[in-house]
Ligand binder design. Structure first.
Ligand SMILES: [Zn+2]
Length: 113
């Protein structure tokens, strides 16, 4: 099964073709933007992976969009998205810890160690 979704370009009125192909429960994704052609996680693929419907260029593709969302949830792709989200949360926690440690250090500069 193959579905092509049109993604909005951030700097023009054009769209990019993001092709989703489900083969033996494996999901293959390609985007024809510059980053996508290099096999990168471009903003178009990323938006679709996270179910962001605002990236959809043509709202008449809504049905296809939700179909692709189901494919993403069915496949191992979902596991990677969850892992990435968990890492982002850890980074946020570490950033807060870093800021707190820095404030503690700054206080000590004035108060003495
Ligand atoms: Zn792209």
């Amino acid at each position: 099964m193959k579905r092509t979704l049109y993604a909005k370009s951030s700097n023009s009125d054009l769209s990019y073709d993001v092709v989703f192909e489900l083969k033996n429960n494996n999901l293959f994704i390609r985007c024809d933007c510059k980053a996508g052609e290099f096999g990168r996680l471009c903003r178009h693929i990323k938006a679709f992976l996270y179910g962001d419907i605002s990236i959809l260029y043509d709202e008449r593709q809504e049905k296809k969009f939700f179909e692709v969302c189901e494919w993403i949830q069915q496949t191992k792709c979902q596991k990677y998205l969850i892992e990435l989200d968990e890492i982002k949360k850890q980074i946020e926690t570490l950033k807060k810890k870093e800021q707190a440690a820095q404030r503690a250090l700054e206080r000590r500069i004035g108060e003495g160690f």
